[in-house]
Design a protein around this ligand. Structure first.
Ligand code: ADP
Length: 383
């Protein structure tokens, strides 16, 4: 019965901003959410019902925390999977399931999973270290350009090295990696899917990343995306297929490339709330955070309809500042209707540190983008 489901103890590994927003959504439903994280300076500590200090990559810390819970979930993939397996064996509900997490955490296993299921993705090869990669180039079995990705622990572009020309071989990363064909990317999109244990599936409309024309950085994300309705349907279908084949419960964010030949290729997935779904808090009927909680509690999934066009901009620490944070010109931005800042509550800013994000909604996508540009030029994270 629903009331019993709502009383279950939910443990989240990780206390970053995604954990914080999960807690905020959980609070709306009166849920009992516990966070495991290193120390209380992490964003989720401000809003969770219980905060347990511990290392999410340590077996004992995760196991001890998890055995007091009914359901264990994550807000980051870099957690102790062996402890999650032991908790699952104890009969705890662990979502995403450790089996899926093990595939997703390792980019080589992830690519092999797509390949074995005949799911579209760029061609790739697995290498033990950078010397092997250099040897392959020298012997002519590997040709430039290509993209090198460390198998594990990469995030936000760290752990990815683009070898566009021979001189870039110097910057090869050391460690087990995959090397992918360079894709001729026209657009980068993401689709979030939710699944609950009863087999219900919900899918959000695709979100598109807009890159800065000169600096190769994501400037903002927007929804609805500027792809055809046929492509959007294909992307949604593909995302559902990946989630179903992984048999994952909870959210799965599927990042994809639309190529210049209009092909859709899977890039990578994340089994948790994702930055491409931040806007769902203000712009969708059901936010991705509430959706994840509904899914892991085996409640009916919510409506994924986009109510109004939205843009999301990240708030990064300005390059030349480090120290106690100041959000300069926030008042100017708050004067605009439809501007929703989410400040993560991190006390100290550092160059390029993710300090928050702003969701901007508008009557039209154009008006939302115009306001988003004003916010980007006006709101600065300094010390
Ligand atoms: P991360 O896990 O760090 O986010 P991604 O796999 O998303 O790493 O790669 C980061 C960025 O590098 C992508 O958003 C894309 O712009 C570029 N990229 C990744 N793979 C390829 C590829 N095979 N071809 C061309 N560009 C790529």
């Amino acid at each position: 019965m629903a009331i019993d489901k709502l009383r279950q103890k939910i443990g989240i590994l990780g206390g970053g901003q995604l954990g914080k927003m999960l807690c905020q959504a959980g609070s709306k439903l009166g849920l009992d959410i516990h966070i495991l994280e290193k120390d209380t300076s992490f964003p989720a500590a401000q809003v969770c019902s219980t905060f347990v200090c511990g290392d999410i990559t340590n077996y004992d810390d995760v196991f001890t925390f998890g055995k007091e819970m009914d359901i264990i979930t994550i807000e980051i993939e870099n957690v102790n999977v062996e402890a999650l397996e032991a908790l699952e064996a104890l009969g705890k509900k662990v979502y995403p399931q450790p089996a899926a997490l093990k595939i997703i955490r390792d980019k080589a296993k992830q690519k092999m999973f797509y390949e074995s299921g005949d799911m579209p993705t760029s061609n790739f090869e697995i290498f033990k270290n950078k010397i092997e990669i250099k040897n392959a180039v020298n012997s002519g079995t590997l040709s430039i350009p290509f993209v090198q990705k460390l198998r594990t622990d990469g995030y936000d572009g760290k752990g990815v090295h683009v070898v566009s020309e021979p001189s870039k071989l110097e910057g090869l990363l050391d460690g087990g990696s995959i090397v992918e064909n360079m894709v001729d990317i026209a657009k980068e999109i993401a689709v979030i899917v939710a699944r609950n244990p009863s087999g219900e599936v919900a899918v959000y409309p695709p979100v598109e990343m807009h890159f800065h024309p000169t600096a190769n950085l994501v400037e903002y994300l927007f929804c609805p995306s500027d792809i055809t309705s046929v492509q959007a349907k294909e992307a949604e279908k593909l995302a559902i297929e990946v989630a179903s084949r992984l048999d994952v419960v909870g959210l799965l964010a599927v990042e994809m490339f639309v190529t210049k030949d209009s092909e859709i290729l899977i890039n990578e997935v994340a089994p948790r709330p994702h930055n491409s779904g931040h806007h769902t808090i203000e712009a969708s009927v059901t936010s991705q955070y509430e959706m994840h909680l509904r899914a892991i509690l085996d409640l009916p999934l919510g409506d994924t309809t986009l109510v109004r066009p939205a843009v999301m901009v990240n708030l990064l620490g300005e390059p030349e500042y480090a120290g106690p944070v100041i959000y300069k010109n926030i008042a100017e931005c708050l004067k605009l209707p439809g501007v929703y800042p989410h400040l993560y509550g991190k006390k100290e800013t550092k160059p390029f540190r993710k300090m928050g994000h702003v969701t901007i909604v508008g009557e039209s996508l154009e008006s939302a983008i115009e306001k988003a540009k004003f916010v980007q030029n006006t709101l600065k994270v300094i010390a």
